[in-house]
Design a protein around this ligand. Structure first.
Ligand code: BG6
Length: 487
């Protein structure tokens, strides 16, 4: 289908919220500027605050200036973009107040409707119910759910069941924005279009895998949300699990949405549950204290927010085991935290050592091969391997060398994850969205850790803001005779 045919109303509930201004509007602005939106498609912001269209447009303009990368705001393009903007005032909890939305949507009954719920999950059910009550859901309507969907398996099932009363599964787009990142999709390309990895990608050849998503930022004004969730629910249950699935899954039979999601869900179902007996050995939770990032003094998590009794983790590290033929015996070490030294996300595939060394020192200087997939801040794929140091020395001396695959092509700017995902929703392509069974399988595994942590079996550790995380995370991997590669 050409972009011109994707005629739709994009309705953003919670449209004056942080996500809408930081990510959704800038992405829609880019899609519009690059000709991916049908010229007649509209963007309707649903907000609680009464606001004239003129004021709304001014607000969107100021937020675009704030959140678009420098130099990317263009007066002429904004003129075209603002034509599409609409604003309606709705009290999300009050069904009657949706009448204005009905009036706005019914002016264009043949438009497809993308309902983006950029609100707390507490409103998902009432929004869907009100849309149904006013007969605003058509066969082509879609609903987009932002994570986190629930705070454990039970609450996520409740939310999903509510939404499923009004929308069919094929109409539901559950966002995990990591799947919109180009390098993340590149994992599929790397694994399934290169023969050389085919026979190496298993327990015979891989020693272990490390997945790190480190952030230098704190909770950025989202304390009210974050303190109820913490690193395990906010990052591990979704973003890191999705990365793990893409690395670990079997080849799908095609690239269609269900083939890929079928393979991911098999991985999630093969995760070995972390029991109360091994939770202290396999998991670490920690909260940051006062420290320095760059030249800036940063208060500790509790001091910064003025709460002395929060027990929310801002860092988590876990040893994950996958019980299946391919991965039996290959641990995945995953970690994520806020207020760390620097922003850095990468996946490191560490290959087994060579079986026997013919070199001097019995091969002690031979590093294991590593494939490093960097997601941010820079996107790259590197292979670390050994080669000879050139020269005439009597002994053959080795050094570690690096092959780098830089896949960035000459684009004038980087495409954001939300651009890709919004466009896929408009095109009705659900491949990069989480299916119900995936979300549930990820929660099922996470729940056992949450339960153990609630029982206080794993003590809360601390780390200084600006450091590499708690020493307990180093001990977690050192127990298995390994160490983190902080490249
Ligand atoms: C979000 C989390 O899903 O991802 C945030 O809620 C986190 O806490 C963010 O900061 C990280 O995203 P990215 O793309 O900057 O790595």
């Amino acid at each position: 289908m050409s972009e011109a045919e994707n005629l739709c109303d994009i309705i953003i509930f919670g449209g004056h919220g942080d996500l809408a201004f930081r990510k959704l509007m800038p992405s829609l602005y880019h899609l519009c500027s690059d000709g991916y939106l049908n010229p007649k498609s509209r963007i309707l912001t649903v907000t609680r605050r009464a606001m004239s269209l003129k004021k709304h447009i001014e607000l969107v303009e100021s937020k675009l200036l704030e959140f678009l990368e420098e130099g990317l705001f263009d007066e002429k393009k904004f003129k075209d973009f603002k034509r599409r903007l609409q604003v309606v005032t709705v009290d999300l909890a009050n069904e009657e107040s949706y009448k204005v939305l009905k009036d706005a949507l019914e002016k264009y009954p043949n438009y497809q409707r993308v309902n983006y719920l950029s609100t707390s999950p507490d409103f998902f059910a009432s929004i869907c119910k009100a849309l149904d009550r006013w007969k605003l859901i058509t066969k082509e309507s879609r609903v987009v759910l932002e994570k986190p969907i629930g705070h454990d398996l039970k609450s996520s099932q409740t939310i999903n069941q509510e939404v499923l009363k009004y929308f069919q599964e094929r109409q539901i787009y559950r966002i995990d924005h990591y799947l919109g990142k180009d390098t993340v999709q590149n994992i599929i390309a790397l694994r399934f279009s290169n023969r050389i990895f085919m026979s190496l990608w298993d327990a015979n050849n891989i020693d272990h895998i490390q997945i790190t998503v480190a952030e230098s930022v704190g909770v950025e004004g989202r304390w009210g949300y974050y303190d109820k969730y913490g690193a395990l629910r906010d990052m591990i249950q979704n973003h890191l699990m999705q990365l793990l699935c893409l690395v670990a899954m079997e080849p799908p039979c095609s690239l269609d949405a269900n083939s890929i999601r079928d393979e991911k869900v098999k991985v999630l179902r093969s995760l070995r549950p972390i029991t109360q007996a091994d939770i202290a050995q396999k998991t670490v939770r920690a909260q940051y204290d006062l420290g320095t990032i760059g030249a800036e003094m940063v208060p500790g998590y509790k001091e910064g927010e003025g709460v002395s009794d929060s027990t929310t983790e801002t860092y988590a590290a876990i040893r994950v085991d996958i019980d299946n033929w391919r991965w039996s015996g290959v641990p995945f070490y995953i970690r994520s935290g806020k207020r760390l030294k620097e922003k850095n996300s990468e996946i490191i595939i560490v290959f087994k050592p060579i079986p026997y060394s013919v070199f001097a020192n019995k091969g002690r200087c031979i590093s294991q091969n590593r494939l490093i997939i960097s997601l941010q801040p820079d996107e790259s794929i590197k292979l670390k391997f050994m080669n000879k140091i050139p020269g005439l020395s009597e002994q053959m001396n080795l050094q570690q060398a690096e092959l780098e695959l830089n896949s960035s092509i000459n684009e004038s700017r980087k495409f954001g994850a939300y651009e890709r995902l919004l466009l896929d929703i408009i095109r009705s392509n659900p491949t990069l969205f989480m299916r119900l069974d995936e979300v549930e399988a990820a929660w099922r595994w996470t729940d056992t850790i949450l339960e153990g942590w609630a029982e206080n079996i794993v003590p809360m550790k601390s780390y200084s803001a600006g450091s590499c995380g708690p020493s307990a995370a180093i001990e977690l991997i050192a127990r298995d005779g390994r160490s983190w590669y902080d490249e």
